[in-house]
Design a protein around this ligand. Structure first.
Ligand code: ACM
Length: 768
C-alpha cells in the first residue's frame, strides 16, 4: 500500500514537473519579455486590437506622450492611429494614473479579453509599460508602412513591474571611432526597448575630440580629425575577411591635401539628441575624460600640459597639468558648456589611466604639493578631482569618476564607476566608504571584448553586488553598465554586433531578480525577428558541438545542430569564406582526408554569423611515455616581464618555480605582467581523441605528446580556443605556456573525450 502510494506520488510528481516545464515554455513563447517582469501572472485568452479599438487617457493628459508612443505601433500596423476613447469606453486600451505605484519607474499592466489597462504614477513608469506591450505585439507592429493588418492580439496577463536597480546603463566611446547622430538615435531606441535608462557618451579621448566647445573652437576644428592611426590600420587588415571592419567612409574627409578620419557633434545636434533620449526616458551622461586621455585637447592647446608637450608614455598619454590655474580655467569652461548641453544630474569626469609621473617633474606641481600638503601625485590627482567636484556641485551636478579616482582619496559624494576587474576591492571599499558605485567591470561588462559562446552566460550570471558587502553597504551599488570602447569598432554594424544580444542579458540582470537562463534564452530566440526589423546587425547565436582543430585516426563526420530553426548553415572546403550560395550543411559531412571546413550560419535575410574554421588532420594515437619516478602535480615556472607572445619567454632560469595541481593563475604568482610555463605529464585513462578547451587572457599555447593542440597566443581578452589530440592510455608530455600582459588573469583548461561535454581535468591526471 505504502509502496503503491509512493509510486503514485512519484508518477504524479514526474507528470506535474513536466507539465510545469511545458507550461513555463509556453509562458516564454506567449510572454517573450526581456527584461522579464518582477511579477507576471499568465491569464487565459487574448485581447484583440482592431482599427476601431480606442485609447483612453484616464483622467488627465499626463500620459499623452506615452499614448502617442503606443499609437506609433498601431499606425505601423493599421496605417492610422487608434482613436481616443472616453472613460468607460468598451474594448479599450486605458492609460491610468495610479498613485499607489510607488517605484518611480514602476507600472502595472493588466490585459484581459475585454480591455487593456496600463497604470503608472510617473510618465517613466508608463513608458516602461508601453515597452512591455510592445514586446507582446507581433513584430509587424515595429515596421513602418507594414502591409496593413486587420487585427493584432495581445495575450492576457497581469504584470506588476519595477526595476531592481536605478542605474541601467550603456556606454559608447565615440572618440576612438566616430558614430553618426542617426546611429546614436538607433542605439537609444534599442536601449529603450530593453528598459535601459542611462546612456554614457565617452566624448573625448586621445584619438579625437567629438563635441563642439564654443570657447575653444580648435578642439573640434582640428582635434576632431586625425590621419589614420594604428587602430585604423588594424581594422583595415581585418576588413579583408570581414567588411564590418571597414572604416566608415562617412567619417573620412579630404582636407588640405590630406585624408582625415573623424567628426564631431555640434552643440545643437547634441541638444536635440538629449531631447530625443528624454522622450525615451533615457539620460545622456557626458564624459570629458581628464586629466588623462587628453591628447586631442593638448595638441590644440599645449599650455594644458605641464611642459607644453604631449605624447604617449609607456602606458598612457601626457595628462593635463593640475597645477596650473589655466588648466582649471579650461576644465571649468569646457564643463560649463557641457552642462548647458546636458541637463543630466550626473557628469562623468573620467579620471582613469593617468601618467602622473610627469607631474612629479613639474616645478609648479612640486610647489602646489608643498603648499597643499599633498604627499604624492595620487593625492594631487584627488586635489584636481575634488576641486572639479566642488565646481560640478556648485552647478547642481554630481561627479562620476572611473575607479582610479579612489587612489588619492575622494569625497563621499563622488560616484565611482568600477571597471578594473583586477582590483576587486575597489568597489567594496568605495561602497563601505559611503560612495555610490556603478559596476562596469571589464569582465564581463566591456562589450568591446570579442564575444564568444561564454559572453551571454557570463553577463547573465554576473553578480552586481560584489562579495563582502552587508545589505546596508550593498545599497550603495546603484546598478551597472556595459561599456563599448571602439578602438576595434570602426563601423555601426560592428558596434551592433559587439553589444547585441549580450546587452539583453544585462537588461534582465539589472531590471529583475528573475534568474532563469533557459527561459531567457527561449525568450531571446523570439527577439531576433524584431531586431531584424529594427535593423540591428546583432551577433547570431553560436554554433556549437565541435572543436576548431580536429584530428581523426580513420574518419570523422561533421554535423551541426541549428541554434535557431530559421538559420541555414553553409560551408566551404576550398578555403573561401562561406556566402549565401555556399553548400548547405544539412546532413553529416564525412571527412577522411586533411581538410579545412569553413562554416557559418545565415539568417533568412542573408546576414551571416561568425565564420568557424574547422581544420581536420589525420593522427595516429600517440604512444605513452615510459617514466619511472613520478609525483603529482605540474611544475609552474614564472618569468616576471611583459611578453607579447608566449614564444618570447626565455629559456633561462625562472624568477619563481612552484608546484600546482590545477590550471589557474596561481595567486602567489600574480604580478602586473608575467609569463608562466607549466611542465610535466598528463596521465589519460583510455585511448581516444581528446579535445582541450583553453580560455586565457592574455595568451596561451598547449602542446601534448609534442603535438600542438591549442594555439591561443597573443595579447587579448579572455577567449576560448580548442583543439584535439589522439592519445594512447598513459602518460604524455604536457607543455602549457601562458602570458599575462596586465589585467586579465584568466586561465582555464577543460577537456572532453570522444565528443563528450567539456569538463574539468581531474587533478590526478597531472604528474611531474
Ligand atoms: C577605462 O577602461 N580606461 C575606463
Amino acid at each position: 500500500m505504502k509502496i503503491h502510494f509512493k509510486a503514485t506520488c512519484l508518477i504524479f510528481l514526474i507528470l506535474s514537473a513536466s507539465a510545469l516545464k511545458s507550461a513555463a515554455q509556453q509562458a516564454d513563447n506567449r510572454y517573450p519579455i526581456i527584461p522579464y517582469p518582477t511579477s507576471l501572472t499568465p491569464e487565459a485568452g487574448n485581447f484583440t486590437i482592431t482599427p476601431v479599438t480606442t485609447i483612453v487617457l484616464h483622467g488627465n493628459r499626463l500620459f499623452k506622450n506615452e499614448a502617442a508612443a503606443l499609437n506609433g505601433f498601431f499606425i505601423n500596423s493599421f496605417g492610422k492611429p487608434l482613436n481616443k476613447g472616453l472613460t468607460g469606453s468598451k474594448h479599450a486600451i486605458v492609460l491610468k494614473y495610479d498613485e499607489r505605484i510607488k517605484a518611480d519607474e514602476g507600472y502595472k499592466l493588466v490585459i484581459t479579453p475585454q480591455w487593456v489597462t496600463l497604470s503608472a504614477r510617473t510618465t517613466t513608469g508608463m513608458f516602461m509599460a508601453v515597452q512591455t506591450i510592445r514586446q507582446l505585439l507581433p513584430v509587424q507592429a515595429e515596421k513602418p508602412n507594414a502591409i496593413q493588418l486587420k487585427k493584432l492580439t495581445l495575450p492576457a496577463v497581469t504584470i506588476n513591474d519595477e526595476p531592481a536597480y536605478a542605474w541601467r546603463g550603456m556606454h559608447l566611446d565615440v572618440s576612438r571611432h566616430f558614430f553618426s547622430i542617426a546611429y546614436l538615435k538607433k542605439f537609444i531606441d534599442v536601449m529603450a526597448l530593453y528598459k535601459f535608462n542611462k546612456f554614457h557618451l565617452h566624448l573625448t579621448d586621445d584619438q579625437g575630440w567629438r563635441i563642439e566647445i564654443k570657447k575653444y573652437p580648435k578642439l573640434t576644428e582640428n582635434g576632431a580629425w586625425r590621419t589614420f592611426n594604428n587602430q585604423d590600420s588594424a581594422c583595415m587588415k581585418r576588413a579583408v575577411d570581414n567588411p564590418d571592419f571597414t572604416i566608415d567612409p562617412e567619417h573620412i574627409i579630404q582636407k588640405d591635401g590630406k585624408t582625415l578620419y573623424g567628426g564631431f557633434y555640434t552643440q545643437a545636434e547634441m541638444k536635440a539628441l538629449v531631447a530625443y533620449a528624454a522622450t525615451k526616458h533615457i539620460d545622456i551622461i557626458p564624459e570629458i575624460d581628464m586629466p588623462g586621455h587628453m591628447m586631442a585637447a593638448i595638441n590644440q592647446y599645449p599650455y594644458l600640459s605641464c611642459d607644453g608637450k604631449s605624447g604617449f608614455g609607456t602606458l598612457f598619454s601626457t595628462p593635463i597639468c593640475p597645477c596650473l590655474p589655466s588648466t582649471f580655467q579650461f576644465a571649468q569652461d569646457v564643463y560649463s558648456e557641457i552642462m548647458d548641453i546636458f541637463p543630466s544630474k550626473y557628469i562623468h569626469i573620467g579620471g582613469d589611466e593617468v601618467d602622473r609621473s610627469l607631474w612629479a617633474k613639474s616645478d609648479e606641481c612640486k610647489a602646489l604639493m608643498q603648499r597643499e600638503g599633498l604627499k604624492n601625485t595620487a593625492e594631487l590627482q584627488s586635489y584636481f578631482i575634488n576641486n572639479m567636484e566642488k565646481f560640478f556641485n556648485s552647478k547642481g551636478r554630481k561627479l562620476i569618476g572611473w575607479d582610479e579616482v579612489l587612489e588619492g582619496g575622494i569625497s563621499k559624494t563622488a560616484i565611482v564607476m568600477y571597471w578594473r576587474s583586477w582590483v576587486p576591492k575597489a568597489p567594496v571599499e568605495a561602497a563601505r566608504n559611503g560612495n555610490k558605485v556603478i559596476m562596469t567591470p571589464g569582465n564581463p561588462l566591456y562589450f568591446d571584448a570579442f564575444p564568444d559562446k561564454n559572453s551571454i552566460p557570463n553577463v547573465y550570471n554576473f553578480n552586481i553586488i560584489p562579495a563582502g558587502l552587508t545589505d546596508a553597504e550593498a545599497k550603495n551599488i546603484i546598478g551597472a553598465q556595459a561599456n563599448i570602447w571602439t578602438e576595434n569598432i570602426p563601423s555601426e554594424k560592428r558596434a551592433d554586433y559587439m553589444y547585441m544580444p549580450r546587452m539583453t542579458a544585462l537588461a534582465e540582470v539589472l531590471w529583475t531578480h528573475h534568474q532563469d537562463y533557459n527561459s531567457y534564452l527561449k525568450r531571446l530566440s523570439l527577439h531576433y525577428n524584431r531586431l531584424d526589423v529594427l535593423n540591428v546587425h546583432y551577433r547570431l547565436p553560436d554554433l556549437s558541438g565541435f572543436v576548431a582543430s580536429n584530428v581523426f585516426t580513420d574518419q570523422d563526420t561533421l554535423s551541426i545542430k541549428k541554434p535557431l530553426d530559421d538559420l541555414t548553415i553553409r560551408y566551404t572546403t576550398n578555403g573561401t569564406l562561406p556566402n549565401v550560395s555556399s553548400t548547405v550543411l544539412d546532413r553529416p559531412l564525412v571527412i577522411n582526408k586533411p581538410l579545412l571546413v569553413r562554416v557559418a550560419a545565415f539568417r533568412p535575410g542573408g546576414s551571416m554569423g561568425d565564420v568557424y574554421d574547422l581544420s581536420y588532420q589525420k593522427q595516429s594515437l600517440a604512444e605513452p611515455e615510459m617514466v619511472n619516478t613520478i609525483s603529482n602535480g605540474l611544475i609552474c615556472k614564472e618569468y616576471k616581464a611583459y611578453f607579447k607572445q608566449t614564444t618570447a619567454m626565455p629559456d633561462t632560469k625562472p624568477d619563481v618555480t612552484i608546484k600546482v595541481n590545477d590550471i589557474v593563475v596561481p595567486k602567489e604568482l600574480e604580478a602586473p605582467s608575467f609569463g608562466l610555463k607549466y611542465r610535466g605529464y598528463i596521465d589519460v585513462p583510455t585511448d581516444g581523441i581528446y579535445s582541450f578547451y583553453l580560455t586565457c587572457d592574455d595568451g596561451g599555447v598547449l602542446k601534448i605528446a609534442n603535438r600542438l593542440v591549442v594555439d591561443n597566443d597573443g595579447n587579448h581578452s579572455a577567449i576560448e580556443k580548442n583543439g584535439q589530440v589522439a592519445l594512447k592510455k598513459g602518460l604524455h608530455n604536457f607543455v602549457l605556456d601562458f602570458i599575462e600582459g596586465g589585467g586579465g588573469y584568466t586561465l582555464k583548461l577543460k577537456y572532453s573525450l570522444n565528443g563528450s561535454e567539456p569538463r574539468e581535468i581531474p587533478a590526478q591526471w597531472f604528474k611531474n
